[in-house]
Design a protein. Sequence first.
Length: 362
Amino acid sequence: MRFRPEPPHDHGRAERTGVLLCNLGTPDAPTPPALRRYLAEFLADRRVVEIPPVLWKPILHGIVLRTRPAKSAAKYASIWTAEGSPLKVWTEKQAKLLRGYLGERGASVELAYAMRYGQPSIAAQLDALKAAGVTRVLVLPLYPQYSGTTTASVVDAVSAWAARVRFVPELRFVQHYHDHPLYIEALARRVQGHWQAHGRPDQLVMSFHGVPRRTLTLGDPYHCECHKTARLLAERLGLTASQYRVTFQSRFGKAEWLQPYTEPTLQEMGKAGVRRVDVMCPGFVGDCIETLEEIAMEGRQAFLTAGGKEFQYIPCLNDQHEWIAALAAIAQQHLAGWPTGSADPAELARRSERARALGATT
């Protein structure tokens, strides 16, 4: 194997510490060709689809990539913004805010964000961090609950990049933060703010992204971590077991996934006479196709069509102050022991002003 040449090294420049936020990814545009490229990369990941390639590739290229892109493109078009994909918009905004929050706390780090699938790629952003003189990188996935399909896939991508690099930086990975007190507090503040503005529902549904059930039996902790997040949030909100439900969404294929499924649950609740339901998605830290289209649109229709009277979607954490503060605390916890330096007072003031300005405009 030939290793990639290193960027020019400035021996007089101080070594830097970097933080790389990683999210799932998004197509470049809400069009069938863009969706085909995105899905081809996403669904070819052995972490995502564990079917042997000899069986899966003919299905992927012969059926899925011929039929699904157009359907998915229409869904993306329904939530696309003038700034682009909501997931990318929120991830970029979170990265900018986190840089400011860490700067206010005295940590001077290089901060970048990357997508596991799509652009900017993990490899490209790690290259950029190295070019900026970074020799230590904290990889922080924006997945509160660990799953082999998400968190481990980020580790795979970083490892694949490192396997081609001659001078590999020191690496740390955040595994999960599903029960971090500040993450739970941020979720609680989001719910409480919504209830103060709109009143309380008959039922709160916490919908997490689904994964095949077999991953649970094979030892993936995702199911348990989702339920722990839900339990801790319910306790913080003072909810009894009968006042909230945990469900799983985004099922793909014919295999059994984690249950109960979100949409059938909403239909059952509507038929059972539940008047108002509020739905939130604690596993997503930024609004995206799965929350804005699948829940806020399709979930709403399913509940109301089944007889429900009022459906409220509670937005994701997005750029909420409590969430960015939690993210900064998580980053600092995992940066412990690494020199992060201190930005000069003028730079700290500029970062503080940028953070306040970003917060005021969102």
